[in-house]
Design a protein around this ligand. Structure first.
Ligand SMILES: Nc1ncnc2c1ncn2[C@@H]1O[C@H](COP(=O)(O)OP(=O)(O)OP(=O)(O)O)[C@@H](O)[C@H]1O
Ligand SMILES: [Mg+2]
Length: 160
């Protein structure tokens, strides 16, 4: 299983790691972000989504209340043969109470098209999917330090 581990010392460094991850993501892919409150999941997502070109950093905010934010990765400027545009979903399951709530999110629609789906608090539910899945664990490591471990859970080696 390909895996990488980083330690960052500021939110800017975590955003930079997110941008590096973005460069390696190809849809369809599920990105599971695990870690305690304030460990940096949303901060990392700012880097991933801005790295994909789907939104500016400041427009990526915690989807705490509406639970899902939808973005779109555009066609890269000046290239006709680049990767096609795709939807990018940022989901936060922290407040999810039950399966009924989960169904109402429309996640199944998201998973029925080739998208990039980033999920905070994925441990709230078991996801059964044949999509390539990347699990990222963020751990407080004292002060502003965060340990970020990336594992590719699929056999398809999406992240190498
Ligand atoms: N190295 C770092 N990496 C990421 N965030 C950091 C770092 N150092 C300090 N911070 C701060 O920690 C906080 C992380 O908050 P963030 O919302 O990203 O966490 P979260 O894991 O999404 O929390 P929640 O579980 O509430 O959604 C921010 O205030 C950020 O500025
Ligand atoms: Mg968050």
């Amino acid at each position: 299983m390909p895996a990488s581990e980083f330690v960052t010392h500021s939110s800017e460094e975590t955003i930079a790691i997110g941008r590096e991850i973005a460069a390696k993501l190809r849809p369809p892919v599920l990105v599971l972000l695990k870690g305690d409150l304030g460990s940096g999941k949303t901060t990392l997502t700012k880097g991933i989504i801005s790295g994909l070109g789907a939104a500016r950093e400041e427009d990526v905010t915690s989807p705490t209340f509406n639970l899902v934010h939808e973005f779109r990765k555009p066609i890269p400027k000046g290239s006709e043969l680049g990767p096609p545009p795709c939807k990018v979903y940022h989901v936060d399951l922290y407040r999810i109470e039950n399966f009924h709530d989960l169904e109402s999110l429309g996640l199944e629609d998201a998973l029925s098209e080739k998208a990039i789906v980033i999920i905070e608090w994925p441990e709230r539910f078991t996801f059964r999917t044949d999509w390539p899945t990347i699990e990222i664990r963020l751990v407080h490591a004292g002060g502003d330090a965060r340990r970020i471990a990336i594992a590719d859970l699929s056999l398809k080696n999406t992240f190498q």
